[in-house]
Design a protein around this ligand. Sequence first.
Ligand SMILES: [Zn+2]
Length: 63
Amino acid sequence: MAKPKVTIDQVMAAVEADDCLGFCLECGEEASPVEPDARRYPCESCGKPRVYGAQELLLMMAL
Ligand SMILES: [Zn+2]
């Protein structure tokens, strides 16, 4: 299984910073500004709709 490109540490730091940061699960690129609960936004780096807001990612990772 591939190692996740985005770590929970990165996500938690982004949530705490509260600066509308999101992450692309496809390439690991940061995206901003995005809403904290953004889902499946297109990534400016790889073009895939896999950008999620930090808060949304935290919820997904906490499951
Ligand atoms: Zn991407």
